[in-house]
Ligand binder design. Structure first.
Ligand code: SF4
Ligand code: SF4
Length: 475
């Protein structure tokens, strides 16, 4: 029996699967198993976004936070070798700022050239505002960069929406303002995306969701990028505070809250495959997506070592063996989750009654419920019915419930309660009586029965355990 695909189409599908299988951003399934590193080698930018202050990390791909040390291409590659030898799950290197990768082409392509030489097993990514893709497409192809992220916040041809986001754009030796700037940027972004897709590069489009500015625009962006053959679309909530010093922060434009993000994502998903697990990482992020180990790998530890010394530490053979083990574990997990995973394909039929529940999960890694409530800095949020489940988003908190021995006795739960206020169940490895009672006050059921179990199947089981779907009442 044939699936109706041509030989070329099957090969293309296989090729895509190979490229995303161990990419934590392009594959939701991979993100609890493989790590990424961003190397901060690109300080300059050729546009200004009203949500960015480059004294902080690029808001396109990073949480606002003071930028750590910038690196030269040589230092960046040494860091990759040093980190890759220590964190074997490392599978991807990205250049995501703190400015724009393609506004710093010399540093960007030198880094990729050295990576090709010293770390040939690692996948290469860059992220850009899209202005200069056309100019650098040959180098992107030359260095075998498989994944490119383009930030596209509007497809409004009049430039009116863009003009509210970009005060200026610097293009071919001239600075443009207002709608003229927005139109040039959009033209170059669309041209660049078209070229990347034509050359079989997997494109992810990021849109920063800016309340009252482009929230109605994003479903149109989703539709457009789907038509263009973009692989995945990522709606990133604006993070805006006056202390970030951005134009939006200073003029009172608010962060996008969870409800708005969920609503806009639902509207966009009608047309386009969405990334829902993005962590808006720093421009120098290191580790699994849910963690940031950037401060464990400091410049003085690797900068003076030779490439040969660091290559020995990187040890490609050892890394390959580690990746084989990860794949074996993922296969086991897949079997364990099989029922839920199969059901998930029917995601528009989560429930036989049409009603669903939200389940929050604490997980450190490996696709398991293996984080204590007290130490959790983020919660994975699933929507579940009696038939299937769907991953909705991750939600971070600034302060975990327990701050470790130094903060013993000072427990803060208000932020967590606010973050989980619309959830029905919390699945966690361990939770104390006090926080359990606090969460019970806002009608969240805390359940430790699935500690160290695979996430998806546990979410499905827990919803069926606690709710009757004939009447949808608490049992
Ligand atoms: S493209 Fe990135 S670095 Fe440039 S202004 Fe926008 S957010 Fe900042
Ligand atoms: S910002 Fe999002 S897409 Fe970029 S590395 Fe982090 S999780 Fe992946």
């Amino acid at each position: 029996m044939s699936c109706g695909c041509t030989h070329e189409q099957v090969k293309l599908q296989e090729n895509i699967l190979k490229k995303i299988n161990n990419h934590p951003c392009y594959s939701q399934n991979a993100h609890q198993h493989y790590a990424r590193i961003h190397v901060a080698i690109a300080p300059a930018c050729n546009i200004q976004c009203n949500y960015c202050n480059r004294k902080y990390d690029c808001s396109n791909e990073s949480r606002p936070g003071v930028t750590s040390a910038r690196l030269t291409p040589e230092e960046a590659v040494k860091k990759v070798l040093y980190v890759g030898g220590s964190i074997k799950q490392l599978s991807v290197v990205g250049i995501a700022g703190p400015g724009d990768a393609l506004a710093n082409p010399k540093q960007t392509f030198k880094t990729f050239e050295l990576l090709e030489k010293y770390a040939p097993d690692i996948r290469l990514c860059l992220s850009t505002n899209g202005l200069n893709i056309e100019k650098h497409i040959d180098e992107i192809l030359k260095y075998n960069i498989e994944h490119v992220t383009v930030t596209l916040n509007s497809v409004d041809e009049s430039g009116e929406v863009g003009a509210k986001i970009y005060p200026w754009v610097y293009f071919e030796g001239r600075r443009y303002h207002s709608t003229e700037a927005a139109k040039i940027l959009l033209r170059q972004q669309l041209k660049g995306i078209e070229l990347l897709v034509k050359n079989n590069i997997l494109v992810k489009v990021n849109s920063v969701l800016i309340p009252n500015i482009n929230e109605d625009e994003l479903p149109r962006v989703a539709k457009k990028v789907k038509e263009m053959g973009v692989f995945i679309f990522n709606v990133m909530p604006l993070i805006s505070k006056p202390e970030h010093g951005t134009a939006f922060g200073l003029s009172g434009v608010k962060s996008a809250d969870h409800r708005l993000v969920m609503r806009v994502r639902e509207a966009c998903e009608i047309d386009m495959k969405l990334m829902r697990h993005c962590r808006q990482c720093r421009a120098d992020a290191v580790g699994l997506l849910g963690e940031d180990r950037s401060d464990e790998f400091l410049k003085y530890e690797f900068a003076d070592k030779s490439f040969e010394e660091l290559q020995a530490h990187y040890d490609i053979k050892n890394r390959q063996e580690a990746h084989e083990k990860i794949e074996q574990w993922r296969a086991l997990l897949q079997t364990a989750n099989e029922k839920a995973m199969q059901e998930e394909a029917r995601k528009y039929e989560l429930s036989s009654t049409g009603e669903t529940k939200l389940v929050a999960v604490t997980s450190e890694s490996n696709g398991l419920i293996n984080d204590h409530f007290g130490s959790a800095k983020e919660f994975l949020i699933y929507e579940a019915g009696d038939r299937a489940i769907k991953f909705i988003m991750n939600r971070r908190v600034e302060t975990p419930y327990c701050k470790g021995p130094a903060g013993c006795g000072t427990y803060v739960i208000d932020e967590i309660k606010k973050t989980l206020s619309d959830c029905d169940i919390l699945l966690t490895q361990k939770i104390g009586e006090c926080p359990r009672a606090e969460l019970s006050d806002i009608k969240i059921i805390c359940d430790e029965d699935y500690a160290n179990e695979p996430i998806e199947i546990s979410v499905l089981k827990s919803v069926k355990k606690h709710f009757s779907f004939e009447k949808l009442k608490v049992c």
